[in-house]
Design a binder for this molecule. Sequence first.
Ligand SMILES: [Zn+2]
Length: 112
Amino acid sequence: MHCVWCGGAFTVDPGPGRPARYCRRSHRQRAYEARREAARRGLRPDEVVLNRHTWERLRDALYRLEAAAQDVALDLGSGRPTKADYVEALGYLAAAVRDLQEVAVEPTAMSG
Ligand SMILES: [Zn+2]
C-alpha cells in the first residue's frame, strides 16, 4: 500500500474497519487540510497548489538532475570510459538525485 499523501510504501494491518490510506496519522491530517483548502479555493480535481519556495526548489533540483544526466551521457558517450569514469558519473548523478530527494513536496491545497 502507498500513502495517499507522501507516496511512501507502508504495511496495512489486516483487521476490521476501513483500510488505511495513510502511512501515519499526521499525513492523514495534512491531506485533510489540503482537501479543505482545495475546497475553499474551488480547485478542480486535477489542480494542486504548491507554495513558491517549494516550486522553485523542485524546479531547480529537476534542472540540476537533467543537466547531470546530460553531462554523464556526454562523458560516458565519448571515447572508452573507464571504471573510474563510471564511478565518477554515478557519484555525480547520485548527488543530483539527493538534491531532488531533499525537496519536501507538500501541497498547500489538493483534492483527493
Ligand atoms: Zn505518508
